[in-house]
Design a protein around this ligand. Structure first.
Ligand SMILES: Cc1cc2nc3c(=O)[nH]c(=O)nc-3n(C[C@H](O)[C@H](O)[C@H](O)COP(=O)(O)OP(=O)(O)OC[C@H]3O[C@@H](n4cnc5c(N)ncnc54)[C@H](O)[C@@H]3O)c2cc1C
Length: 316
């Protein structure tokens, strides 16, 4: 499995994917690209990883999907399944792995429905529908959709064996490579795609100044703010907060959609939420009819009332 990590260790989506991998196979190996510290090895041990492959050196100093795929190919010549988290990077690298091995790849798998042959269900149409797919080649290659399972450590920790990946990366593999990276605009939405609570805001917010209460609700629930395309198109909020077909796909435990009509392109990004609450003045809005719960009312009255109740409960 391709392991993604950041300064604080294993990413949440990698922890989920390791949990998913353990449910599928007893013997799980992880591949880490770049520097591999002892803390990360320990963390992989708590997730039951027996072997940690490490691809390091000049060819891996900057991200290059084809080079990462070459490393995975070198390390996994005798395995039945290769997987990664369904992140942009995980999907790109797995697509390269599948192309190199001449097999199909399934992106954003949510369940394994059979192992011989490998049958998977995966999210398609931006999460609006599930597709069953059969991977009956010698090598199964797929990525695991965010929040497909709860991340949990293995029952018994392992002491992983660390092995360097012996791979010669060709010039072709380095043709598309990150040349430079720079800090993006400040992201007030937190980690939208992995947030457990997302407060959604649409045209109903009214103007760029109409988000104060929504931002406060986001803070009170320790969540992230996600918005509709109308909101980003009007310049009320930055694009990185957009949820939907052309924004982020989210799968929180709770999505509170405020003043959002629920157009199919928005729904494509939020339908993975476990519980959806709509706050809308229109009882016939698609978001209201599809939501698990709805409050029919003006968000500028409803949201401050919720905030006040939350503040009172915290003080109590
Ligand atoms: C190719 C393509 C890609 C797209 N991609 C995306 C995407 O990624 N994400 C996305 O969101 N959209 C996307 N769209 C746009 C999408 O079709 C909708 O236009 C958009 O989602 C509507 O945004 P909205 O719900 O905020 O606005 P509206 O559709 O105008 O709905 C506003 C809602 O707010 C309610 N409301 C108004 N005032 C209040 C109030 N005071 N209190 C409570 N409720 C109130 C109204 O009843 C209404 O339901 C895409 C469209 C296309 C064609």
């Amino acid at each position: 499995m391709l392991v993604e990590h950041d300064a604080s260790g294993l990413t949440e989506t990698s922890q989920e994917t390791l949990t998913f991998a353990r449910d599928l196979a007893q013997d799980v190996a992880g591949l880490v690209v770049g520097e591999l510290g002892p803390e990360l090895v320990d963390q992989l041990g708590t997730h039951g990883v027996a072997t940690v492959w490490n691809a390091a050196g000049e060819a891996f100093d900057a991200y290059a999907a084809a080079a990462w795929a070459a490393a995975i190919e070198a390390a996994t010549s005798d395995v039945a399944v290769v997987m990664a988290a369904g992140t942009p990077r995980g999907n790109e690298v797995m697509a390269h792995v599948a192309a190199r091995r001449g097999v199909v790849m399934a992106a954003n798998v949510v369940t394994i429905d059979g192992v011989s042959p490998l049958l998977v269900s995966r999210q398609v149409l931006g999460g609006a529908a599930l597709e069953e797919m059969r991977l009956d080649e010698a090598l199964g290659v797929f990525t695991v959709a965010g929040h497909a399972c709860e991340p949990r450590p293995a029952q018994g920790a392992t002491t992983p064996v660390v092995r360097p990946v012996e791979v010669s990366v060709s010039a072709d593999d380095l043709r598309a490579r990150v040349a430079r990276s720079e800090a993006g605009e400040a992201d007030e939405s937190g980690n939208l795609t992995s947030a457990r609570v997302v407060i959604g805001a649409g045209r109903g917010a009214g103007s760029a100044d109409g988000f104060k209460d929504l931002v406060e609700l986001t803070e009170l629930l320790d969540g992230s703010l996600g918005v509709s395309r109308v909101v980003t198109s009007l310049g009320w909020r930055p694009h990185h907060e957009q949820v939907g077909q052309t924004g982020s796909r989210i799968s929180p435990d709770l999505y509170i959609a405020c003043g959002i009509s629920g157009a199919i392109q928005h729904w494509a990004g939020c339908s993975g939420a476990k519980t959806i609450v709509a706050i809308n003045t229109d009882p016939d809005a698609p978001m209201v009819t599809k939501a698990h719960y709805a409050v029919i009312g003006d968000l500028h009255e409803v949201v401050p009332a919720i905030n006040e109740e939350l503040r009172n409960r915290r003080r109590a």
